[in-house]
Ligand binder design. Structure first.
Ligand code: GLA
Length: 690
């Protein structure tokens, strides 16, 4: 919203009690008697919050300008009567058949020119003016109709923007891309300079000549590719804003959001940027059943969601009670896993727990996707666990509004993710998330919480800051990271960080240009390893993926080994902590450390093996003074949430199949009894600390 528009609506939390509980509710798939039974079952489960109408457009407006609200009126009234609040959808995530028939130009086009047709969902391009006209139209009709409805607590704008398709190559998208570029660069010469179009005769004489980077004989211009990623993220957000504008106009007092897909699998949207226009962060998260460490991926995604939320409480808008239907083999959740998953999200900052979906469909392509009410009804394990979860959330309601404590920050940037994985790079094995997740995993297993922080956001209060594969970085962000070290933090920077600026232009004079002075090192040449290759290190470990020719600043080639050498520009010397020990890099630094102000800056020039990561994390924790939430047996996930007035809650989630000891004193809220010090096998304890 622009600054002159009215202030933000009240927080959604004002209209919700305790930890909200529920899911997507699709009553239009069911007859009236089932809808009545739903109300009974919702009461039994303790449901308080539902997303309604996400895929309802074709039923709400069966032909252009003709509406049928009878069923939705009934549902809204009944939910209000039952004391259940609604996140009402704009119904725009699947255009009706009449609209596609009349305006096939709204359909999305892929890089190879394929038009994606109807019959599924999300078959529109966000830059279509026609689609926006119709989408804002139905949004206005819904907003006018339900603006004073007592059930309405939140607007659920569209659904999972960027799901299925997140890059748009049609003619209208190309025109929107050109307008966006003109807004960004002002002049074509500024664009030429930024994209480096002196290369390969790529110079443009006017914006009209520019196309999306679709398919070409060889690698496409990196600046063009990067801007196209930025544009697509922006276009989806701009579409969101077009609907938000209507909602703000008609219902200024009702908050709005859209459900994000923050996880290790979603790269296309810059959610830190998106967060500015959401009144509350809502996220959907699904486990990959085949991943034995799926609970760690969950923790990563939940921590990243909290980062996107700026540390504030957020809504888990969707997850699954058991199996999904879209993986190659859809395994159910193990007994108790759904409760552990749900409370793990709460442990990491969620104040609402919701599912896709309330009642398992009997028809359609999601009929084998689990739900809160399974095909088998009440006599099922899933239903019993749904009821148990509802009761559990009520028992721990007092954690609502508390914030997760963390002294470790991992710097996270979607732009660096995009830029670091562009083509024509030194190694296709450098994946943005890999090292960052290796550190997050190690910290998770030690019961240490991590915040994900955008490179431009304050790093104040963090004792340990990890900067992994931050390939592109602005001057301001590099200065922000350096000042964290000055202020006393231990800062670790990895290989392939600080290489380019935001235009993907190399920072010249020796890598990593953005961090050379901070680290007191300079890299002369990259030596990426061959597929599956490793390189031995002087500490007895090995590295993979990457090695490089590092010089400690001030030392001539070949002098770096072992000795501490004065860093350029004065200040403390950079010390070599480990070297490569193999030809042609034997003796070349692989890990360095330099004292900086009240803190330090370490540089890591390879991807250490598991033991190497653990040894490095030991060192970083010892130096920064960061320790676990509590002493506990292995296999226990730990976090602490604290309220503004100092009350604190420890979440202890036992992922092992044996009872586990946790040294925390207080009252265990799920049982209502003093905590015995034991978390049962596969169970959870939430302890209000003494
Ligand atoms: C997404 C969608 C839902 C549903 C689930 C299934 O999260 O938002 O409508 O399709 O996936 O897992």
């Amino acid at each position: 919203m622009s600054p002159q528009e009215p202030s933000a609506p009240p927080a959604v939390w004002n209209s919700l009690e305790g930890l909200a509980y529920g899911g997507d509710y699709n009553p239009e798939q069911w007859p009236a008697d089932t809808r009545m039974e739903d109300l009974e079952l919702m009461k039994e489960a303790g449901v308080t919050f539902l997303s309604v109408g996400i895929f309802s457009w074709a039923l709400l407006e069966p032909s252009e300008g003709e509406y049928d609200f009878a069923w939705l009126d009934e549902v809204m009234d009944n939910l209000a009567g039952a004391g259940i609040k609604v996140a009402l959808a704009t119904a725009t995530a699947a255009p009706p058949a009449w609209l596609v028939r009349k305006h096939p130009e709204i359909l999305p086009v892929t890089a190879d020119g394929t038009v994606l047709g109807p019959g599924s969902r999300r078959h529109y391009t966000p830059s279509s003016a026609v689609y926006r006209r119709y989408a804002t139209g139905i949004t206005r009709v819904l907003a006018e109709r339900y603006k004073d409805h007592p059930a309405l607590a939140l607007w659920h704008v569209d659904n999972e923007l960027g799901c299925h398709v997140s890059e748009f190559y049609g003619d209208e998208d190309a025109a929107a891309f050109r307008r966006w570029l003109e807004g960004r660069y002002g002049t074509i010469e500024a664009l030429n300079a930024s994209w480096g179009t002196a290369f390969w005769s790529q110079h443009y004489a006017s914006f009209e000549e520019i196309l999306p980077p679709a398919v070409a004989p060889s690698t496409l211009n990196p600046g063009q590719q990067l801007d196209f990623q930025r544009f697509n993220s922006w276009a989806l957000m701009d579409y969101y804003r077009s609907l938000l504008g209507v909602l703000r106009e008609v219902t200024p007092g009702v908050p709005a959001t859209t459900n994000l897909m923050v996880s290790s699998a979603t790269k296309s949207m810059d959610y830190f940027d998106w967060a500015k226009d959401l009144d509350v962060i809502a996220n959907d998260h699904y486990l990959v059943a085949a991943d034995p460490e799926r609970h760690i991926e969950l923790a990563f995604s939940a921590d990243l969601t909290r980062g996107v939320a700026g540390g504030d409480p957020w809504i888990l808008m969707e997850h699954s009670t058991s199996a999904v239907n879209w993986q190659p083999r859809n395994q159910p959740k193990m007994p108790g896993e759904m409760l552990r998953n749900s409370l793990a999200h709460v442990a990491r900052g969620a104040d609402a727990v919701m599912f896709f979906q309330w009642r398992q469909s009997f028809a359609g392509s999601e009929k084998f996707h689990s739900a809160m009410v399974p095909h088998g009804g009440r006599e099922t394990r899933v239903w019993r666990e749904v009821v148990e979860l509802g009761a559990s959330l009520q028992r721990i309601g007092q954690v609502r509004g508390s914030l997760v404590e963390a002294r470790v920050a991992i710097v996270f940037d979607y732009e660096a993710w995009w830029a670091s994985e562009l083509d024509s790079h030194p190694s296709e094995d450098v994946k943005y998330l890999d090292l960052l997740r290796a550190f997050h995993r190690s910290l998770f297993l030690r019961g240490i919480s991590t915040d994900f922080v955008h490179p431009s956001a304050s790093l104040e209060g963090y004792d340990l800051v990890l900067v992994c594969t931050l390939y592109s970085v602005t001057d301001a962000a590099a200065a922000n990271i350096a000042s964290a070290a000055q202020a006393g933090a231990t800062v670790l920077v990895s290989y392939f960080s600080g290489i380019v600026d935001e235009q993907d232009h190399i920072r010249l004079g020796g890598y990593p240009g953005a961090f050379r002075d901070l680290l007191g090192i300079s890299v002369e040449e990259f030596h990426p390893l061959l597929a599956g290759g490793t390189v031995k290190l002087s500490d007895g470990g090995a590295g993979s993926v990457w090695s490089e020719h590092v010089h400690v600043s001030g030392a001539a080639v070949g002098e770096a080994s072992g000795a501490a050498v004065e860093a350029s520009g004065g200040g403390a010397s950079a010390e070599v902590l480990a070297t490569f020990t193999e030809y042609p890099l034997d003796g070349v630094p692989a890990l360095t450390r330099r004292s900086v102000g009240a803190g330090s800056a370490l540089y890591l020039a390879t991807f250490p093996d598991r033991n190497g990561i653990e040894a490095l994390v030991d060192r970083l924790l010892a130096e920064s003074g960061v320790s676990a939430v509590a002493v506990a047996d292995p296999g226990v996930e730990l976090t602490r949430r604290r309220t503004a007035d100092g009350a604190s809650f420890v979440f202890a989630i036992n992922h092992s199949r044996a009872d586990a000891t946790v040294r925390v004193a207080g009252r265990e809220l799920l049982t209502g009894k003093p905590f015995t010090g034991t978390v049962p096998a596969s169970g959870v304890a939430v302890i209000a600390e003494d």
